[in-house]
Ligand binder design. Structure first.
Ligand code: MG
Length: 316
């Protein structure tokens, strides 16, 4: 039996930020979320560079199933190099970085590459599973038994990453592979969704079945809970279908340019736009609005030492 992917993607600036530093890619069979951070608007640049590298190196190369993981790993490494180089070449971009959670569908497999605290979830038969591990200080403390999950959820340092793309010359990327079946629903999201919205609410929104309705409901839920951060959700639903034995459905090479376009970091504030756009069904052109809007609210903190510490702990 073949699998066909239906998807929807939506990003929203949230209620407290002045810029949207999240970027996304929804170009079947490739999907990704990147959550950038850095001074001024450098976070936008970092997340966009990550998505562009992925789009360029994975989507256009269209790797075979056996090359999927290597292709994702190389794209993440190249994104890391590009962001690190850009950060070193311009003062305003210094120290920028980004998360990246990317999904490539091949045959009946989902291949994931992951750095940072954006997340991938799988809903199967009503049960929601987080596929990725957060690379954050508090998540590491939870894994080490030094902090409870409940305490981590409200910890003042919960936004501090232990690993990111672009902050060091090299970075370690988690590669995962998951077997997929008809009825599975995958969610990629930034912490602006998974932070405020409890997993039970995520589960309920995804269980509705329709990706477009799910992303709208997820974003609305995060906004209702205060929208403290930029919110991004990509939902992919796998269905039994005719066609090539490929979850991408083999007919959706539509994106000729990166899905997300953003203002350069030194431009004036972007005009306010309607937040979010939806790319829905497996033939839709990927798109994502990056809304600029008024708002106060603290920018996500980025502590370089935290990343250094995380890298130092990784075995060489
Ligand atoms: Mg965020």
């Amino acid at each position: 039996m073949s699998l066909v992917a239906r998807h929807a993607a939506l990003t929203d600036i949230g209620r407290q930020r002045q810029t949207n530093e999240d970027s996304l890619l929804a170009a079947p069979p490739l999907f990704a979320v990147a959550d950038g951070m850095g001074g001024a608007r450098a976070g936008e640049v970092a997340s966009r560079l990550a998505i562009e590298a992925l789009d360029e190196l994975v989507r256009t190369e269209a790797p075979d199933a056996e090359d999927a993981a290597a292709s994702l790993a190389e794209a993440a490494a190249e994104a890391n190099r590009r962001i690190y180089a850009a950060a070193g070449s311009e003062r305003a971009l210094r120290g920028m970085g980004t998360t990246l959670t990317a999904l490539l569908l091949r045959d009946d497999r989902g291949h994931l590459a992951h750095v940072g605290d954006s997340r991938a979830y799988l809903l199967r038969e009503g049960a929601l599973t987080q596929l990725t591990d957060d690379h954050s200080l508090v998540a590491e403390m939870v894994r080490e038994g030094k902090l409870t999950a409940d305490a981590a959820a409200s910890h003042p340092m919960r936004s501090i990453l232990s690993r990111a793309l672009g902050t060091e010359p090299d970075t370690e990327v988690d590669l995962l592979e998951t077997h997929l079946r008809a009825g599975d629903v995958l969610l990629l999201c930034s912490d602006g969704l998974s932070g405020p919205v409890p997993e039970e609410k995520l589960r309920k929104a995804l269980a509705g079945g329709d990706p477009q309705r799910a992303v709208r409901r997820l974003i609305d839920e995060a906004l209702r809970l205060g929208g403290p951060d930029n919110i991004t959700a990509v939902v992919v639903r796998l269905e039994a279908g005719e066609g090539p034995a490929d979850a991408s459905n083999g007919k959706t090479q539509v994106a000729d340019e990166p899905a997300v376009t953003q203002d350069p970091p030194d431009s004036d504030a972007a005009p306010a736009e309607a937040p979010g756009a939806v790319a829905e069904d497996d033939l839709a052109a990927p798109q994502a609005d990056q809304a600029g809007a008024d708002g106060s609210g603290a920018r996500r903190r980025w502590w370089r030492w935290a990343v250094s510490r995380g890298s130092a702990e990784s075995p060489a």
